[in-house]
Design a protein around this ligand. Structure first.
Ligand code: SAH
Length: 395
């Protein structure tokens, strides 16, 4: 018997609306005995064929849809087509003239649920986040090596979410030769060190590219504080943009060492930049009444990991925003972000506004900020919009 999932009559709506996820409570019965990750057909309660999907028996997200078209089975050819579509979308973006690194595949948003592929020069870093994606590894790899014969493929599936899918972490070279790490990439004409083997996620946070450029353009003559700097992306742009001074703060010494190396890589003035290993919450408290800045970047890690924690996370965001405002010169600029998909944009704006009230300051929202264009959002999958931020003036 071909493996198949039949939907619960009252829980079919989201799939009819082409949301790619099928939750466990929407499955009325499973036919056949699909293995973890297996490709299954999804049927409506009335027995109508709806989709091909990857089966995740261990996860609350029981299946993720590969295709809503019965004539498009999940084969190597299917992956080749999806990759070509994704690549064509990225080619639309003219910003890539001085940029050789971008997100090539953004999972569900590119019709490949559970698959992230970041391109760093000629290295493709893949992350397989779901059982279905893991199952299709060899087809995906064949598609990649067919389309990108000159690229190396490296896997960084060392992410916690794989546990929910019943999968172990996996890392390593899948095809080609990995250049010595760290390696240099180009972003908006700046050179940056990225370590694909030991870096966060796939090595670097490509989603902030446009916002880093904006900060670079605003930095001239300003004293810049870059909180949660990682490898100093925002700080390097600010220095290149003629900031009066830059302070990069992060808890990771390794990240700060790379940030320092990025300064010399771009032949920038290292007397105007400091790299400080410190907990940002602590630093923002310590600096009150001691230091002042004209531009502060707050780009913390994800604070919200489940809806249940939204309230606690909101407090965290409010704290750092309030403390940061306390360090801003009147009329100073704050670029503040939340990369938590579970944090709605409206709520985040309210948190920042409330932080200003708490700090006894006035605030103007000047510009809404978001993830770069190589991180698109699929229509039926609003979850794809996760990075939000505001450029604010604080008086
Ligand atoms: N702005 C960066 C990305 C930031 S990722 C960029 O543009 O590339 C978040 C960073 O916050 C990580 O480097 C992590 O090491 C750091 N971090 C997490 N918690 C921290 C804390 N409490 N204090 C300081 N840094 C922290």
């Amino acid at each position: 018997m071909k493996p198949a999932l039949y939907l619960h009559p009252k829980r079919e709506k989201s799939l009819f609306r082409r949301h790619p996820w099928l939750f466990s409570n929407a499955v009325e019965r499973v036919e056949g005995s699909p293995a973890r990750g297996d490709i299954v057909s999804i049927y409506s309660s009335a027995g109508q064929w709806l989709a091909y999907a990857g089966y995740s028996p261990d996860s609350q997200i029981r299946a993720r849809v590969w295709s809503f078209d019965k004539r498009t089975p999940v084969t190597t050819e299917f992956f080749i087509e999806k990759l070509q579509q994704a690549q064509a979308g990225r080619a639309l973006l003219s910003e890539f003239s001085q940029t050789n690194s971008y997100r090539l595949v953004a999972g569900e948003n590119d019709g490949l649920p559970g698959v992230t592929i970041d391109r760093y020069a000629d290295v493709l870093v893949i992350q397989l986040l779901s059982a279905g994606a893991d199952w299709c590894r060899s087809m995906l790899l064949e598609a990649l090596t067919t389309l990108y014969p000159n690229c190396c493929v490296y896997e960084r599936s060392d992410v916690d979410v794989r546990k929910k899918e019943g999968l172990e972490p996996v890392t390593g070279l899948l095809a080609g030769t990995l250049p010595p790490q760290p390696m240099v990439i180009e972003e908006n004409g700046l050179k940056l060190w990225v370590d694909i083997i030991t870096g966060h996620k796939t090595g670097y946070y490509l989603d902030q590219r446009n916002n880093r450029q904006l900060v670079g353009q605003l930095a001239r003559g300003r004293r810049v504080l870059n909180c949660f700097s990682y490898t100093g992306g925002f700080g390097t742009y600010a220095l290149a943009g003629q900031a009066a001074s830059v302070m990069n703060l992060d808890v990771s010494q390794n990240a700060l060492d790379i940030a320092a190396a990025n300064v010399s890589l771009n032949q920038l003035d290292d007397t105007r930049i400091q790299h400080i290993k410190i907990d940002v919450f602590q630093a923002l408290r310590d600096y009150q009444g001691e230091l002042n800045f004209d531009l502060i970047v707050l780009d913390p890690p994800k604070f919200v990991d489940s809806k249940a924690h939204l309230k606690r996370a909101s407090r965290g965001y409010q704290d750092i925003n309030r403390l940061a405002m306390g360090l801003l010169e009147p009329g100073g600029l704050l670029a503040t972000f939340s990369c938590s998909g579970l944090m709605p944009k409206e709520l985040f704006q309210k948190i920042v506004a409330d932080a200003a009230l708490d700090a006894g300051r006035q605030i103007q929202f000047i510009k809404a900020l978001e993830q770069a264009e190589d991180h698109p959002v699929a229509g039926p999958y609003p979850e794809g919009f996760y990075l939000k931020g505001f450029l604010c003036r604080v008086f």
